[in-house]
Design a binder for this molecule. Structure first.
Ligand SMILES: Nc1nc2c(c(=O)[nH]1)N[C@H]1C(S)=C(S)[C@@H](COP(=O)(O)O)O[C@H]1N2
Ligand SMILES: [Mo]
Length: 423
């Protein structure tokens, strides 16, 4: 950092407003000796690319490392595998589809809209088949929701494992979906035949070879589940279920069936592979938690983090991260710099989104000393994100899924961050 530098106290920083911020965080304005200011640059000496050079735009090459990444040793084959959203490099809350994590059990399939069929059968008055065009004729809704795989953070149960927030927390994305409410389609088929709805289920399955079938209680099916055909304003990408996927707000990603082909109303749960052998949590005594659908409140600091070190010296520092809860809104996020001994309340980028990612910021001053950074989320039910030890006390160490514990990054005096465990 050039120029005179004084480290303002946090209060002075807030009180001083823009001028103080500029004084501390920017280089004092002087053109002398900086060719980027004094010399005519290439980009000002010729014309640039015309419109239509790229009919569908992609990120500029300098952002080429903001991509999904996979951990090859996690799975035997990329056909039944997962990759991770680069959350260390994204801002705000919306995940661009092109870098939103993918999870396939039998590979992503390519289906034309014209070949799409959705059947509703079972305990309905009139079994129905919808084409893609049929779906477009029902009233539409738009909602932003996070989708988190229940295995997110699953490698971290026994200790700090993967050195990057992309890998520890990147099985998540957050998009604006456009679709028809599942309730509308079920009512179109008619639910009188099902009788008392309080003990009924729907079984949903996809058109891919795995089918990824899941049972959903009727109460949720009639609440906020969407049959979605757009994400972030455009068609779903193939890897996210083109042309139609199920959106099950706040509930584990596995239930968000892609390439949705059938919805069966029934009087019992199917107890399919994905809800018995997988996506259940084996406890210390050998019994398993099941029907663990809701993703509990969770948060993580994305910057600084191992893939996103502090690029500057002491002084103003923006600590930033994401928080979410499958139960509704995030009401508060606290940040600790000393491994959970003291906490400061972070500022929420935007308040009130339910079952969607919430961005938080701690606008702070870094003294250049090492830190043990943590974030702790609270949601509208009053639930507080647990420490790793608190979670392990209840759940043991046999679990893979549903790890929502507090994460710690050790930041050294150079600003480099590392995944460590502070229980
Ligand atoms: N048909 C089908 N739907 C599926 C899957 C699948 O393999 N096939 N994977 C599930 C899992 S485990 C998750 S976490 C989410 C991931 O959605 P994404 O690939 O759009 O990120 O899709 C779910 N829906
Ligand atoms: Mo998943």
């Amino acid at each position: 950092m050039n120029g005179p530098f004084k480290s303002p106290s946090r209060r002075a920083f807030l009180r001083g407003g823009v001028a103080t911020v500029a004084g501390a965080a920017a280089t004092q304005a002087t053109a002398a000796g900086d060719p980027l200011i004094t010399e005519v640059q290439d980009w000002a000496s010729a014309t640039g690319e015309g419109v239509d050079a790229t009919p569908y735009g992609l990120p500029i090459e300098y952002e080429g490392d903001v991509i999904r990444r996979n951990v090859p040793w996690l799975t035997a084959d990329p056909i039944s595998s997962i990759n991770f959203t680069p959350i260390h490099a994204l801002e705000g809350t919306i995940t661009p589809q092109g870098c939103a994590f993918e999870r396939h059990h039998s590979g992503a399939i390519e289906m034309r809209k014209e070949d799409y069929r959705l059947m509703i059968n079972g305990l309905v008055d009139t079994p129905l088949v919808f084409t893609y065009e049929d779906l477009e004729r029902f009233p539409r809704e738009n909602h932003v929701y996070f989708c988190e795989c229940a295995a997110n953070t699953g490698m971290e149960w026994a200790g700090a494992q993967l050195n990057g927030v992309q890998f520890t927390h990147g099985m998540i994305h957050n998009m604006e979906y456009t679709g028809v409410s599942l309730r509308t389609l079920l009512e179109e088929a008619g639910l009188d035949a099902a009788g008392d709805l309080s003990d009924k289920w729907v079984y949903v399955e996809g058109a891919d070879a795995s089918s990824n079938g899941r049972s959903i209680p009727m109460e949720k099916a009639l609440d906020d589940v969407l049959v979605a055909f757009k994400a972030n304003g455009e068609a779903l990408r193939m890897e996210h279920g083109y042309p139609v996927r199920l959106v099950v707000p706040g509930w584990e990603g596995n239930m968000w069936v892609k390439w949705l082909r059938r919805i069966e109303v029934s009087d019992m749960a199917v107890e399919s592979r994905e809800e018995t052998s997988k996506y259940t949590d084996v406890l210390e005594d050998g019994t398993a938690r099941k029907w663990t659908w809701v993703m509990d409140a969770k948060s993580v600091i994305t910057m600084p983090s191992p893939q996103s070190p502090i690029p500057h010296g002491p002084g103003p520092l923006v600590i930033s991260g994401l928080a979410w809860s499958g139960h509704g809104q995030i009401t508060r996020v606290d940040v600790s710099k000393d491994g959970g001994i003291t906490w400061e309340t972070a500022r929420l980028g935007k308040q009130g989104d339910s079952k969607a990612l919430t961005r938080f910021y701690l606008d702070t001053t870094w003294d250049g000393e090492e830190m043990l950074l943590q974030a702790r989320a609270m949601d509208e039910t009053g639930y507080v994100q647990p420490t790793k030890n608190a979670l392990r006390e209840v759940r043991g160490e046999n679990s893979v899924y549903h790890n929502n514990c507090i994460q710690t990054w050790h930041v050294n005096a150079k600003g480099e961050a590392e995944n460590v465990e502070v229980s």
